[in-house]
Ligand binder design. Sequence first.
Ligand code: FAD
Length: 362
Amino acid sequence: MKIGIIGAGLAGLSCAITLEKHGYDVDVFERRGMVGDRFVIAEAMFSMFQYPFDDGVKLLSETYDIHLKPSSNIQKLFCYSKNERCEMEGHLGFTNMRGKHPEAYEKQLADQFKGTIHYNYDASYDQIAKQYTHVVLATGDPSDSMKLQPFDTAFRASFKGAVITGSFDESEAHAFFDNDFAPKGMAYLLPHSDHEASLVLVYPQYPENEGLDKEVLWKKCVEECSKKLDQDFEILNEYEVKDYRIGKTESSRIGNTFFIGNCWGAITPVFGFGQFESMLTGIYAAHDIIGIGNYEKLVQPLYQGYHDSLTLRRRVEGLDNKQLDRLIKMLQNKYVEELITNKNINIFKWSAKILHPFSRKA
Ligand SMILES: Cc1cc2nc3c(=O)[nH]c(=O)nc-3n(C[C@H](O)[C@H](O)[C@H](O)COP(=O)(O)OP(=O)(O)OC[C@H]3O[C@@H](n4cnc5c(N)ncnc54)[C@H](O)[C@@H]3O)c2cc1C
């Protein structure tokens, strides 16, 4: 058996580490000169969206022997609409660094892989498929999957983000829902430290959003978020991402080609989380190759999660600012907060059931 993995991101590296732990040799190809060779950003993993797993970091460590050190625990999440604010408390999840940051998750994973990563190697699927019996597609880019099979695109997202300076509590995350600057989208702020954070604006590239001036939205976003936190942020490094495709493949595996991470459809559409799912798909594909699991069956709950999350997204993005105010107000209720943050409840499943009782099957 000869295994080639295209892409040394979260999914590809999780797959490589798992295969290596079981005694398999694997070749990993990475287009960039090092892992995480892109802008620095804080990302998050929220437990309430990972049902049935209550703690993703613990699960990866105790069940799969993959060890990650997050930047901080999120103990409070503040959600803002134009005129309302709610607060959720508890062990809500983690923030972690990505990209060029020395503690980036991709770097932490690369440190746990003893084999060789072939850097500066822009691998083509055709070429790797000729040389290897098993190919794992982990480029983080669904357009690579689309060359091999149908990919159902839910939407393409446009991001604008920056590292900002201010005064932050590392255990607090902030999410902003306001159509005036995040049309059908959101902005969020995740601290890196007590004086640095990532501020990100993301919205779908629907036809009605195409004519909007991103710079104008971004300026308003920075102003509004500063106001809500009663601060005057300084912008350090800005970056942009366009055409970030969110969707899912028709098949998780074709012959001995495995689609993992974003190449499979790891991003849950409602808030754009995909790190945990990417790592799981990498591990699951490895288990199939090793012969201790069936990839198609293992990813089925993740497909269902994707589908439920998309149902919720379609409903939330239809809300205007007044309705968003009402929603955030509703979340101020202690019982509602407890329901959402309860790790024994699958929040995507129940919201999808309520919104679309007859179309829950992925
Ligand atoms: C701005 C932004 C913010 C996000 N925030 C969050 C968040 O807060 N929480 C969360 O859970 N998720 C978040 N996500 C999503 C999350 O980052 C992804 O779901 C996850 O990184 C996907 O992992 P992956 O391994 O599939 O791809 P990646 O981690 O992107 O890795 C793909 C790798 O493949 C390499 N590659 C590409 N093409 C080739 C080729 N031809 N040959 C060799 N190598 C190649 C790339 O260089 C890269 O290293 C965010 C995404 C973005 C863009």
